[in-house]
Write a protein that binds this ligand. Structure first.
Ligand code: NAD
Length: 275
């Protein structure tokens, strides 16, 4: 297995596959994170609102992998937006994670109705200057919210973590990110598991002797995306990282391109979401 990295606009880079830990209870996160790191993952994606930062921190220690070899992401929750609030939220996250810094700190959602994401971004810039976050980025910044951050501060996010999977391929956002120098990261990359019984994916998987999950993860990698599949089941954590021994054909990619759907989004539109 040769894990690839994607380069940021700030000179750093991110391992292309990470373990997502949304909906993973704190005690379960300890084992999931430790299993992933022992499998070869070097990237973990958590958030303050997931309420498992303590477990993630314990999992890192339990794995025996050096903190410096791990890329750790967490996110500031909507209720903590604002300049001072974000600085405090970062300190609380670091305390729970048991670490002095994160590799990447994200604004979890624009939560635009609060009118605070510019002040929040100014705090992220401060946190990077202080070394508490090595890189800073955003999540769910669809619409023109990234342009607003750049116009107000001159600082372009390293990454935007958005919902992206074969049924919701986000071409317009990907094109914009490429133009602005922002890396695209796929959340719910497996469509929260709902894509795993798709017959088109199943057919491709059968021909490669791989699982549906592996085919979808391979597709994200081939698209140049950062991908953070979630599982708490050890065998699936291993399976989702075993994607370096096959390649999708042009026909496979065309078939998956055909799964994109205008109504493929799961859940709220982040431009208008009121939470
Ligand atoms: P996902 O698309 O990764 O799907 C996870 C589900 O798929 C699992 O719960 C399991 O049921 C199934 N699964 C995983 N691997 C499998 C396998 N090999 N075989 C069979 N089934 C398998 O869903 P997700 O958790 O929504 O997204 C992944 C990560 O993205 C999250 O954990 C979180 O870190 C991040 N995320 C971020 C946001 C955001 O707003 N920034 C929102 C949602 C998710």
């Amino acid at each position: 297995s040769t894990q690839t990295h994607v380069s940021f606009n700030d000179g750093r880079s991110i391992p292309q596959i990470g373990l997502g830990v949304w909906q993973t209870p704190d005690d379960v996160a300890v084992e999931a994170v430790s299993t992933a790191l022992q499998t070869g993952y070097r990237h973990i994606d958590t958030a303050a609102v997931y309420q498992n930062e303590t477990g993630v921190g314990k999992g890192i220690v339990a794995s025996g992998v050096a903190r410096g070899d791990i890329f750790l992401t967490t996110k500031v929750w909507n209720e903590d937006q604002g300049f001072d609030e974000t600085l405090r939220a970062m300190d609380a996250s670091l305390e729970r994670l048991g670490t002095g810094y994160v590799d990447l700190y994200l604004i979890h959602w624009p939560s635009a109705y609060r009118g605070k994401f510019i002040d929040t971004w100014r705090a992220m810039i401060r946190l990077r200057e202080e070394g508490k976050a090595l890189s800073i980025g955003v999540s769910n910044f669809e619409g023109d919210y990234i342009e607003q951050l750049i116009a107000e501060t001159g600082v372009t996010p390293a990454i935007n973590q958005i919902q992206l999977h074969p049924r919701f391929q986000q071409k317009a956002m990907r094109d914009k990110h490429a133009k602005l120098g922002v890396v695209t990261e796929s959340w719910s990359p497996l469509g929260q598991g709902k894509l795993l019984d798709d017959p088109v994916i199943g057919d491709i998987a059968k021909r490669h002797g791989k699982s549906a999950a592996q085919v979808i993860i391979r597709w994200h990698l081939d698209m140049g995306l950062v991908v953070i599949p979630k599982s708490v089941t050890p065998s699936r954590i291993v399976e989702n990282f075993d994607v370096f021994d096959f390649a999708l054909s042009e026909a496979d990619k065309a078939a998956i391109a055909g799964l994109d759907a205008a109504d493929g989004r799961i859940g709220s539109d982040p431009v208008t979401a009121r939470f």
